[in-house]
Each structure stands twice: as C-alpha cells, then as structure tokens.
Design a protein around this ligand. Structure first.
Ligand code: GN1
Ligand code: MG
Length: 378
C-alpha cells in the first residue's frame, strides 16, 4: 500500500522529532519492512528512520517495540559506562510526541513506541546516525573481522540482560517449528509446485535428523539461551567512516535463543562469494578466509565467555542457519511466494538453489572451520 506525501508527513509528525520535517524518502531494499529517511530543519537538523513494521510477519508489534526499548536501554547504559557516545553506539528509539497521543494510545502496551494508522499499519521511528556507512557485502577480511567484533560486542554487552523478551516471531530459528510449517506447506501444496521439486525437497529431507539433533541441545539446555539478534547480516551493522563498528541495527528480531544463530547467520551472509540470489552457482561458495576473519573478530569479544558446548557447536551453526534459509526460501516458493518480497517469478527458487550451493560449500569445509574456531577460542 502506498501513501501520499501528506499522509507520510502526518505519520512522521506523530513522533517526537526535533525541528520541522522537510523531507521523507524511501531507503534500502528490506524484504520485510518499508523504510524511509526523514529529514528535519531546526535544532541540529537531525535525520530519522521511519519504518512501517510488517505486522503480518510480526504479529505483536508492541511486544517487538518493547523488546527493542529494553535491549537498547541496556546497551545504552553499557556504552555510557564505557565512556562511549550513546547517540552513535546504540540505536535510539524516537518516542511518540505526547500531544499527538489519544487516551487509548496512552493506555496501550508500549503505546509510546509506535503509531498505528487508520489502515491498521504500525510505524516506528529511530534516530538516523549521521556519517554512518552500511555495506551490502563484506568484501574484505578486515570488514569481516570488524563485523564479527561488532556482533561479539553486542552479545557481550547483553550478557547480563535478564528481563524476559517477547517472542516476536514464533519459532524463528527453531528448526522443529520450521519442520512443522514445512510438513504443512508440502501437504497443502498451495501453488501446485511440489511435483517439480523432488530434488530440492530431498536436500531438506536428507539433513532433517542432523538439524533436529542440534536443536535438541538447545531445548535440553546443553546449549544456553541468551539475547540474540537473529538477523546478523552485514547490512544490519552501521560502521563509521574509518570502518569501525558503530552499532547493530534492525533489532526487530531480538529475542531469547542460542547466540550460535547469530554466528551462523553472519557466516551465511558474510562469507558467501556470490549473492544470496545468484543464478550462476559457480560464483557461490564459502570463503574460508572470510570465515577465519569473522571468527577471529567475534571470538576476540566472546572467548572465555562462551560455554564448551557453544564452542563445540559454533562451526555447525553456519550449517544449521544456512540449511534453515534453504528451507525457508523453498517453503515460501512452495507456498506461492507469500513471505519474502520477490523481484521476479521463481526468485525464491533461485534463492533456494544459491543457498543450497552455499550449504554444500560449508559442509565441504567444515573440518577446517572447526579447527579455526578452536584456534581462536583458546
Ligand atoms: C529477512 O528483511 P530482512 O532482509 O531484514 C528475514 C531474515 C532472512 C533474510 C534473508 C524477519 O531479513 O530472517 O535471513 O530476509 N527476516 C525475517 O535475506 O524473516
Ligand atoms: Mg531483518
């Protein structure tokens, strides 16, 4: 659904920005939310990020916004204690402008953190961090190292966070739950595509028990539960002009789970020599050099604070999350492309095949990956 400029302005004005709003324009290629940058004039000429949160995917936007408030509040305290800049080293949520809130909004859970428009869409705002840079791809080992360090620091600052967090997407990286969805999707065959996918479905079936084996260790507590980001691709990190990490963004999926998922998802996205939706599979594979760099950066912040079982399973988490992504893209293709935004027919199948090629490459290099983990975990 598109909004007219005056409607967008009215939405942005529900938030407590400093200065007069002078412009609103779309930003970035997110698969899930719609993101805009809002410029203002006056007091500091600040910029803001305005997002329409996809409530079909995040059914509990108030719960999600509350999680973000709690997590950023905790990190902010740490940044201040460390003498850092709390406006640059953590996301700052922009609250509702008090005068624009109805009594009902004031009484709603986390009502100060979002605006729900007349179409039922949810909007939230945060401060844009001036001079920040994002990367769509980690092209150099240095960048991989920095990204690993950034996620490691994010986890370290949250290691003493104890408040309960809402589960914003049920079973997000829980493969047992994903299999329940998967079995239903296959049985439903909503788009009539299952008959042409026996090879791809076989990829999923062949690894099912192994993946459940990993998740069982999370369920029985062998692998501990921590605060996790759950979408650690490089474009979710803001860097400064010198290539140092400022902060981690896109906190929509922050929840309690195994922090191994954050490592695995980063490896899936950072180390791929091709695009997530590469058609030429000869370009796709895991770069062991990039893996080494990310792991070194990550463990520089986390070694000594991870349990033995986390270290033992760190390399496997890359297989786990990449496998899950193959399953999710293929499941969406089977469902008739309902979840991920697609740019052309068959896009989800292209993504499935490219991620599967990556998974094979990770499997082939698994022994070397484990060796690298142990080298930097000591
Ligand atoms: C989605 O929208 P974006 O790019 O932040 C997805 C991730 C996937 C990713 C694949 C909430 O993230 O889990 O790994 O696409 N986010 C959600 O590129 O499903
Ligand atoms: Mg995301």
């Amino acid at each position: 659904m598109s909004y007219k400029p005056e409607e967008m302005r009215a939405i942005a004005e529900k938030f407590d920005t400093t200065g007069r709003i002078t412009g609103i324009r779309p930003l970035g290629p997110g698969f899930i939310n719609d993101t805009f940058i809002v410029t203002t004039e006056g007091e500091g000429d600040r910029k803001y990020i305005l997002q329409r949160k996809n409530h079909l995917i995040f059914p509990d936007v108030p719960g999600m916004m509350k999680n973000i408030e709690l997590v950023t509040g905790h990190i902010r305290k740490k940044v201040i204690e460390e003498g850092g800049d709390p406006l640059r080293e953590v996301l700052t949520v922009t609250l509702r402008k008090p005068g624009t809130m109805t009594e009902e909004e004031k009484a709603a859970p986390a009502g100060h953190l979002y605006y729900r428009d007349g179409n039922g869409n949810y909007w939230a705002m945060c401060l844009f961090i001036e001079g920040s840079v994002t990367y769509e791809k980690a092209d150099t080992p240095e960048l991989c190292y920095k990204g690993g360090e950034g996620i490691g620091k994010f986890q370290a600052r949250l290691s003493d966070f104890t408040e309960p967090l809402s589960e914003t997407i049920k079973g997000f990286h829980n493969i047992r739950w994903r299999f329940a969805q998967w079995d239903e999707a296959l049985a439903r065959d909503a788009a009539g595509r299952v008959k042409d996918l026996s090879e791809e479905i076989g990829w999923i079936a062949a690894r099912r028990e192994e993946m459940l084996g990993f998740w069982k260790k999370v369920e029985d507590g062998t692998i501990p539960t921590r605060v996790t980001h759950n979408d650690t691709k490089i474009s979710n990190i803001l860097f400064d002009g010198n290539g140092d990490v400022l902060c981690v963004i896109d906190l929509d999926t922050c929840m309690s789970s195994t922090s191994l998922n954050d490592f695995g998802d980063a490896i899936r996205s950072y180390t791929n020599t091709g695009a997530e939706d590469e058609k030429d599979l000869s370009k796709v594979g895991m770069s062991l050099g990039m893996f080494e760099a990310y792991t070194r950066g990550y463990l520089s912040q986390r070694k000594g604070n991870l349990t033995k079982s986390e270290i033992e399973n760190l390399a496997f988490s890359a297989r786990y999350i990449t496998y899950e992504q193959v399953l999710r893209f293929l499941m969406d293709y089977i469902d008739g492309d309902k979840y991920y935004k697609t740019a052309y027919p068959g896009h989800n199948l292209v993504r499935t095949r490219a991620q599967y090629r990556l998974l094979q490459s990770i499997e082939e290099q698994y022994d070397a990956m484990k060796k690298i983990v142990y080298e930097y975990a000591e």
